[in-house]
Design a protein around this ligand. Structure first.
Ligand code: DON
Length: 302
């Protein structure tokens, strides 16, 4: 299959799309990014990479980072992690507080903010934030096979200055004994992990280990990548996860910077970026673009 004409067509359609969604404005640094941008990159199992649009432009990966911290935490703690965070979709917004109250401070899954804070807290325990951020960057650089991946400190500071909701989640979980580090340290580390910048091409390359295909980087055991994919399918788009599975039929993880990492198991790792978001905080055109790619390639797992 020749993917380049498919990507070129989707890229042209997305550039011309009138309804581009709205940028996240609760992190002021992200509100400055134009909704005009669009990029897509596809790494296939035979080792090729195809791109369209601004595929070399770095963007804030935000919640897409949660896939990589989950892989790290599972590597370090194994299944023990599941005593502190669940594996069910929440059906609520990514930053929702309500379920923690009735569910004893145990977040529904590792991709909502509360769950991702527990995952980061688990990696942070016994270490300094600087060491953990170094470890996350090393993991990403090894996964992508390149070194030019960094944290945007202005984005991290911008989120910290408006981080009351995440701090509230962290303190609430601490009150239930489900946080091991001081909430400020866990949130500070988490804000910096979310502020990592990558291009669509780098992100697609970093996702190759989740494809479970021969010749791809093997950073996590196959049994574990299958589970990470299952969680991406059921929880990766928060209260939009059902809609994403229905439209695209592939595991994906979105970020409020407008990026989405999508895995076609055994076939491809796909990254798409368009900063305008839909009502659930997921990239509006990014979703449409991968929906069209899945239709053109027949890559849906269903
Ligand atoms: O914690 C936050 O609110 C952001 N750093 C990340 C949220 C996010 O990316 C949600 N995804 N669509």
């Amino acid at each position: 299959m020749d993917l380049q004409p498919i990507l070129d067509r989707i890229g042209a359609e997305m550039q011309a799309a009138p309804d581009r969604g709205r940028v996240a404005d609760y992190i002021p640094e992200l509100a400055r990014v134009s909704t005009d941008h669009f990029a897509m990159a596809v790494c296939t199992a035979d080792g090729q990479t195809f791109t369209t649009g601004a595929a070399e432009m770095p963007f804030s990966i935000q919640s897409v980072s949660k896939v990589f911290t989950l892989a790290l935490a599972l590597g370090r703690l194994g299944d023990q992690l599941w005593s502190r965070v669940g594996r069910e979709p929440s059906g609520l917004a990514f930053n929702s507080v309500v379920q923690l109250e009735s569910e004893k401070g145990i977040p529904r899954n590792p991709f909502i903010n509360a769950g991702a804070l527990v995952v980061t807290d688990a990696i942070l325990q016994g270490h300094q934030p600087r060491e953990v951020l170094g470890e996350i960057l090393r993991f990403l650089r090894e996964a992508a096979g390149e070194d030019d991946i960094h944290i945007n400190k202005a984005v991290a500071a911008s989120e910290l200055a408006h981080g009351h909701r995440n701090l509230a989640l962290a303190h609430f979980m601490a009150a239930h004994g489900n946080l091991r580090c001081p909430p400020e340290a866990t949130c500070g580390t988490y804000f910096h992990q979310c502020a990592i910048e990558m291009s669509a091409r780098q992100l697609a390359r970093a996702g190759r280990f989740l494809m479970n295909a021969p010749g791809m980087p093997r950073l996590v055991a196959p049994a574990r990548t299958r589970r990470i994919n299952a969680l991406m399918m059921t929880c990766g788009h928060y209260d939009g996860s059902g809609e994403f599975a229905y439209r695209v039929g592939l595991p994906g993880k979105s970020g409020v910077g407008g990026g989405i990492l999508v895995i076609a198991p055994g076939r491809a790792s796909i990254a798409v970026w368009s900063p305008g978001l839909n009502a659930q905080g997921n990239s509006q055109l990014g979703t449409l673009a991968v929906e069209r790619l899945a239709r053109a390639t027949g890559w849906s797992v269903f």
